[in-house]
Design a protein around this ligand. Structure first.
Ligand SMILES: [Mg+2]
Length: 266
């Protein structure tokens, strides 16, 4: 199938943010016209992020600063997907959350109780914790070492998170520290797991053949699409070089220079 036709067949676009719609604090020139075009043609988009340190409200503020107006319904975050997973597999469990106040607030808003009283904990949730303390590492280690069957979930597998000056350790790196201490690995929710695309389709009613994930990383963005059985679109406007693409075992359905190709196809 022709590339433009393949793009036109998509009704729901799930966009990665950094490297796809903007780079750091610089919005790509085609982003807003493309988002407008998607809506004008009766299609829909959602922003899909692994970052569990920020709430949806935080993201709405961040995007507003870049000139993108967004509402709650436009987002699918690893925090929301974690709540979805917990409701499905561990309903009503009391959580110990090694995460930010924003993550705790999101999980509580979804009806979960959280506690720091280790006796009451029924499930451990690791997030991208920009408010991490040694006490939390000690608590999680103790819980996992003393309670063999305690469910252990992580919002996202990313080892590092990009910043203006380079990278800082993300959830996956802290989980590695916990693994060194306890030998336990979590169930991981964010991209490349299929859970966020699945949740997006459940919320919007779009089918697999109408849905695509669009992102600049093969091993997280595109892979989540492949895992969910939807179209995986790679854009070369971020992290992935043609050399990385050539060496990757996972092949995107479509490769675009950047999202301006979506704009011109629609
Ligand atoms: Mg990205």
């Amino acid at each position: 199938m022709d590339k433009n036709q393949a793009i036109r067949n998509i009704k729901l676009f799930l966009f990665d943010l950094d490297g796809t719609l903007y780079l750091g604090n610089r919005l790509y020139s085609f982003t807003i016209p493309m988002l407008v075009r998607i809506k004008e043609t009766g299609r829909r988009y959602m922003f899909m992020t692994n970052n569990s340190s920020k709430s949806v409200a935080d993201y709405i503020t961040k995007l507003a600063k870049l000139g993108i107006s967004a509402t709650r319904e436009d987002f699918i975050t690893s925090s929301q997907a974690t709540a979805y997973y917990l409701k499905k597999y561990h309903p009503g469990k009391t959580l110990y959350v090694c995460g930010t106040k924003s993550l705790i607030a999101e999980l509580e808003a979804e009806g979960f109780l959280t506690t720091t009283d280790l006796e009451k904990v029924e499930c451990v949730v690791m997030g991208f914790d920009t408010e991490l303390t040694f006490q939390k590492l000690e608590d999680v280690s103790k819980l996992l070492l003393t309670r063999e069957n305690l469910p252990y979930i992580a919002t996202n597998p990313d080892l590092v998170c990009p910043t203006e000056f380079g990278s800082v350790p993300d959830c996956g790196s802290v989980c590695q520290m916990i693994y060194n201490a306890t030998g336990r690995r979590p169930v991981v929710i964010g991209k490349p797991s299929a859970l966020m695309p699945e949740l997006a389709m459940e919320q919007t009613g779009y089918k697999k053949e109408e849905t695509a994930v669009v992102g600049d990383r093969i091993y997280t963005d595109v892979k989540s699409g492949l895992n969910a059985g939807i179209t995986g679109i790679l854009v070369l406007s971020g992290e992935t070089t043609p050399e990385i693409l050539a060496a990757s075992e996972d092949k995107p359905h479509l490769v675009l220079q950047d999202c301006s190709e979506i704009l011109s196809a629609l």
